[in-house]
Design a protein around this ligand. Structure first.
Ligand SMILES: Cc1cc2nc3c(=O)[nH]c(=O)nc-3n(C[C@H](O)[C@H](O)[C@H](O)COP(=O)(O)OP(=O)(O)OC[C@H]3O[C@@H](n4cnc5c(N)ncnc54)[C@H](O)[C@@H]3O)c2cc1C
Ligand SMILES: NC(=O)c1ccc[n+]([C@@H]2O[C@H](COP(=O)([O-])OP(=O)(O)OC[C@H]3O[C@@H](n4cnc5c(N)ncnc54)[C@H](OP(=O)(O)O)[C@@H]3O)[C@@H](O)[C@H]2O)c1
Length: 310
């Protein structure tokens, strides 16, 4: 019977003619923790930007919008901001979750992630206890088709996110997709409070210097603001349904000229997909080319958590 670490080592080991070639002794915990935290910025309690650098190995190339796995051992400590764990995982068990890469593919030094704390969660309470210099497991494979690859160069883009669903768009925008082209790009970011508007100065600056880009944040809990919020209030659907979007970006998106990206809360994605279907937008599927691309961060009810073979 293999222990947790041995099982991971067994799955990751070299294969010779398709047959696992078990390395002995198996990689140590230190080897499994193959990356190091180089930066952490807390926007509010439970919301952070984290940079992770591979330790002595080269991370593969990726497309903006793709994701990777982050992992920690069950024995890693939880932040005190989280709820106590009722059923603790095995100390030697590696806990993996998927995270969108927020940094640019041209940055080869580190990967940046935008992460929120799920107080009852398994991994995020452990991630929120990390500090600079701490080690972490970084999956060596990238995955995901939530990218601009299949979008025609001339199509307008409406990028819609709730919370940390903003991450893939930050990566896309760092490379200024077709800055010279005629396309318009609108980013709608739904957050609870203005303090949760991650990358706000980057996005505001981008809007100031790039006339074809519109940044449209919307706050759902304005009553919690310390100083009054004068911008849009409600959910991202409210912005889509109002004339405010058309006024701000200067066009009414149509399926013929626009692709819509949806990322974050699965209920928002289902609701926006239905609203869009009503005006003729079709979902992109492996079999069908549509104009609606989506990335659900967690299963809607009883569904399966997405993971990649790290
Ligand atoms: C492709 C992909 C990319 C992702 N990228 C990011 C990212 O860039 N940033 C990020 O913060 N998360 C991202 N996630 C979510 C992430 O993988 C984890 O699910 C999340 O961090 C919670 O992990 P956990 O172990 O703490 O909670 P778990 O123990 O896995 O979750 C417990 C329950 O909390 C709920 N839940 C899960 N995630 C959230 C959430 N974000 N907000 C509210 N409730 C939630 C679900 O109902 C879940 O069953 C991504 C998920 C996918 C599938
Ligand atoms: N963000 C933080 O500062 C923070 C701090 C500590 C802990 N957390 C934890 O992190 C988790 C996620 O928080 P989050 O604020 O990042 O993400 P979130 O809960 O997904 O909320 C982001 C935005 O999406 C909105 N939303 C919720 N359901 C929606 C729907 N069906 N359609 C459209 N919009 C919808 C929210 O509005 P509503 O206001 O209506 O929910 C909010 O404006 C929670 O478990 C929370 O406890 C977050």
């Amino acid at each position: 019977m293999l222990t947790g670490i041995q099982a991971v080592a067994y799955n990751r080991c070299r294969r010779v003619n398709g047959v696992p070639f078990l390395q002995y002794p198996p990689p140590t915990r230190h080897v499994m923790l193959n990356a190091v935290v180089t930066y952490r910025h807390d926007l509010s309690p439970g919301l952070m930007i984290l940079r992770v650098a591979p330790n002595g190995w080269a991370f593969p190339e990726f497309e903006p919008g793709q994701y990777v796995s982050l992992g920690l051992f069950g024995s890693a400590r939880r932040t005190t901001l989280a709820e106590p764990e009722i059923l603790a995982p095995e100390p030697e068990k590696l806990i993996w979750r998927a995270y969108s890469i927020a940094s640019s593919p041209t940055n080869r030094e580190f990967l940046e992630f935008y992460i929120n704390l799920v107080p009852k969660g398994v991994l995020t309470p452990r991630l929120f206890n990390l500090g600079i210099g701490d080690r972490i497991c970084l999956g060596s494979k990238v995955a995901g088709s939530f990218t601009l690859k299949s979008v025609p160069e001339e199509a307008n883009l409406i990028l819609i996110a709730t919370g940390t669903g903003l991450a893939p768009y930050v990566s896309m925008l760092t490379s200024r997709p077709n800055a010279g082209a005629q396309r318009r790009i609108v980013l709608i970011h739904g957050v609870r409070q203005s303090r949760d508007m991650g990358y706000r100065s980057f996005l505001t600056e981008l809007q100031d210097h790039w006339p074809s880009f519109t940044y449209a944040p919307i706050v759902s809990r304005p009553q919690l603001e310390v100083s009054p919020w004068t911008g849009a209030t409600g959910h991202v659907q409210d912005l889509w349904n109002s004339n405010a979007l058309e006024d701000a970006c200067g066009f009414r998106p149509e399926p013929l000229d626009t692709h819509v990206f949806l990322c974050g809360n699965p209920e928002m994605i289902e609701s926006m997909t239905a609203i869009l279907a009503h005006v003729g937008f079709q979902e992109q599927t492996p079999k069908l080319r549509g104009q609606v691309h989506s990335e659900k961060y967690w299963p809607i009810k009883g569904g399966r958590q997405i993971l990649i073979d790290s």
